[in-house]
Design a binder for this molecule. Sequence first.
Ligand SMILES: Nc1ncnc2c1ncn2[C@@H]1O[C@H](COP(=O)(O)OP(=O)(O)O)[C@@H](O)[C@H]1O
Ligand SMILES: [Mg+2]
Length: 150
Amino acid sequence: MKQETKNLEEVRLVALGFLKGLVEKAPKQTATVVGLSGDLGSGKTAFVKCVASILGISEVITSPTFILEKIYIIPRRTVEGERFTKLIHIDAYRLEGGKEMSALDWSALLEDEHNLIFIEWPEQVADAMPKDMMKVSFEYVREGVRNITY
Ligand SMILES: Nc1ncnc2c1ncn2[C@@H]1O[C@H](COP(=O)(O)OP(=O)(O)O)[C@@H](O)[C@H]1O
Ligand SMILES: [Mg+2]
């Protein structure tokens, strides 16, 4: 599904649709990993902010580019969040290969079916990504306009 978004409210609607579908497609026994692909400024972090807001997370979501990973507790009050207890936001932009993911205790994160993991720049660490990773792609169309495909 490809959708053009012209503002963050429209991004939020796409994120909501994505999360509704995710509940059925997510692997049952392991973490759910969503790879976010697209150039700098194409809206990857903005999408995670919308997901966090939908899941009832009130903390301010900042880009994890410099700190690699942020973990947020999902309060149990949204339908989409019932299965998941943690939202994990990773930015692999500065990584060079899946081996560097071990610093995050990556294999333990993958084992926990309650983890919902969004990772920007999954291409940087492709060899550490699970085969069942879901994908969302972002495209800068012009000022204020982005395409989101999943
Ligand atoms: N339709 C849109 N969708 C997403 N972001 C948008 C859109 N229009 C403008 N923006 C802006 O573009 C920037 C996207 O940046 P960000 O989400 O950090 O990108 P990335 O994480 O892909 O580098 C934000 O400042 C956001 O407000
Ligand atoms: Mg980003």
